[in-house]
Ligand binder design. Structure first.
Ligand SMILES: Nc1ncnc2c1ncn2[C@@H]1O[C@H](COP(=O)(O)OP(=O)(O)OP(=O)(O)O)[C@@H](O)[C@H]1O
Ligand SMILES: [Mg+2]
Length: 158
């Protein structure tokens, strides 16, 4: 596990998302596929809040909301300041309505995963596990109380 952290507010969850975004996009890009962040947790856990903070750190400040009605959304990423970014797109998926990863095929998911310039954040990733590659980061969020969430971040490499 990378870390386990208690968030006391939505903005703190956004901040944790932002930190992970910066951590994952700093330094040399050596990966051969897209960076994948698999988000798990019940309805209202804070997955979308996390994605909002993550995306904001990469300059995507508008438009992030639960894409329940359009399964997948794509946002272009531009260089931030003078730090050149080797990323071209952030993809945000919400797989709540899916029953297997097969249903992602029609969206060209395989091609999106195979491009190392992409970052893909997947809500309800547990529903499409069969479509995930061997290497990804898992973010599991649990309710503690109305304003507290437990976040666990894992680095997966099978
Ligand atoms: N510490 C916290 N972190 C994140 N969200 C919090 C926190 N405390 C309260 N909340 C609230 O919990 C809700 C989280 O909603 P969000 O849409 O991010 O959940 P979700 O996991 O994406 O749900 P869904 O499965 O429906 O997509 C928001 O209303 C947010 O304000
Ligand atoms: Mg959501």
């Amino acid at each position: 596990m990378l870390m386990k952290i208690l968030s006391k507010s939505p903005s703190q969850t956004e901040e944790i998302g932002a930190k992970l975004a910066l951590q994952r996009t700093q330094g040399k890009f050596q990966q051969k596929q897209a960076i994948i962040i698999a988000l798990e947790g019940e309805l209202g856990a804070g997955k979308t809040v996390f994605v909002k903070g993550f995306a904001a750190a990469l300059g995507v400040k508008k438009g992030i909301r639960s894409p329940t009605f359009n399964l997948m959304k794509r946002y272009p990423i531009k260089a931030i300041g003078h730090r050149p970014l080797a990323i071209s797109y952030l993809y945000h998926l919400d797989c709540y309505r899916l029953n297997s990863g097969k249903e992602l095929e029609a969206l060209g998911f395989k091609e999106i995963v195979s491009d190392p310039r992409n970052i893909i954040l997947i809500e309800w990733a547990e529903r499409v596990k069969d479509a995930l590659p061997r290497k990804y980061v898992k973010v599991h969020i649990d309710h503690v109380d109305e304003t507290t969430r437990k976040l666990q971040i894992f680095n997966f490499q099978f």
